[in-house]
Design a protein around this ligand. Structure first.
Ligand code: ZN
Length: 297
């Protein structure tokens, strides 16, 4: 476990299977973690301001404000009103996309899939129905772990994700938000290495809880236990999630222990964030740097 997550308690979690979407609420100052369980799985991510869902995470505003087409460690993600919504505070991969639209039924029809193929857009619509957000209001997503190669003349090529089992991104919420995540079911190309797999999403509060509840058996629950989330209560909403956290505290995950790939592991200071090793390892990273220096002129 990284220093950033040390001492923080997951209060909410979602296990998302390919073709499924889940929404999850996160308050300002809390942390949202999106993890590819087996690796090489894209997470389509959208978010809305909780108090006014007319404001949502905008990839266009994020690209222009950062003058960058790829989500990067230390970057702020902006809304369609150009207000900060999230900060990328940790990233064990270093390669994501915010150019591609969600996969949707029309896209699969174009690709010759059988009718009824699951899609991120349908999954996100289902996940956000309880918040009154329909199909036509699903914004263009940030596609965590999606590996899009950008060529010199702007051609795009989807490659297998660089993310391995247990890789994740960690966001700090600047505003209270409703986020939704879909485990992309694209199985007709390299997007998910032709084999869509599961994601886990967790929300962490910023301080440890004073007393952990009694241990319950089981793995990550798909749903919050609403009864445990009474206002003012310090009990976590899902006891089984706390069990998972305790396990992590006692024994760091193998991937974190074996190879700390992010420069942020020993620092909470955004200014100290470095380029993750994986991005610098990719051939197209140099193309992106060229484009950035051009844009600065
Ligand atoms: Zn998809």
């Amino acid at each position: 476990m990284s220093d950033l997550l040390q001492g923080k308690t997951p209060i909410r979690a979602r296990h998302i299977r390919p073709g499924q979407g889940q929404s999850i609420e996160v308050e300002a100052g809390q942390f949202l973690q999106i993890e590819t369980v087996q690796g090489k799985q894209v997470a389509d991510f959208v978010a809305f301001r909780r108090q006014d869902t007319g404001e949502f995470l905008s990839t266009a505003a994020t690209r222009s404000t950062n003058a960058n087409i790829v989500p990067q460690l230390g970057m702020t993600l902006y809304s369609n009103r150009r207000q900060p919504m999230f900060e990328i505070v940790e990233d064990t991969v270093g390669r994501h996309d915010m150019l591609y639209a969600c996969c949707d039924p029309v896209r699969y029809e174009m690709l010759g899939a059988e009718p009824g193929h699951a899609s991120c857009r349908a999954a996100l619509t289902e996940a956000l129905a309880e918040h009154g957000i329909g199909y036509d209001r699903i914004p263009d997503p940030v596609n965590w772990f999606m590996n899009v190669s950008i060529q010199q003349r702007g051609e795009l090529e989807i490659r297998e994700p660089l993310a391995e089992a247990g890789d994740y991104v960690l966001l700090r919420a600047v505003e209270d938000a409703i986020a939704a995540v879909s485990a992309c079911p694209q199985d007709m190309g390299a997007t998910n290495a032709s084999n869509p797999t599961d994601l886990v999403v967790r929300v962490y509060r910023d301080a440890p809880l004073p007393g952990a509840p009694a241990v319950q058996a089981g793995t990550l629950a798909d749903e919050d236990q609403a009864a445990a989330s009474a206002e003012g209560s310090e009990a976590p909403e899902d006891a089984s999630v706390t069990v998972k956290a305790a396990t992590i505290d006692a024994a760091p995950t193998p991937s974190a222990a074996a190879e700390p790939r992010s420069a942020s592991v020993s620092s909470g200071d955004a200014a100290a964030y470095g380029r993750p090793a994986k991005l610098s390892d990719t051939a197209e990273a140099s193309v992106i740097r060229v484009e950035r220096s051009d844009a600065g002129r």
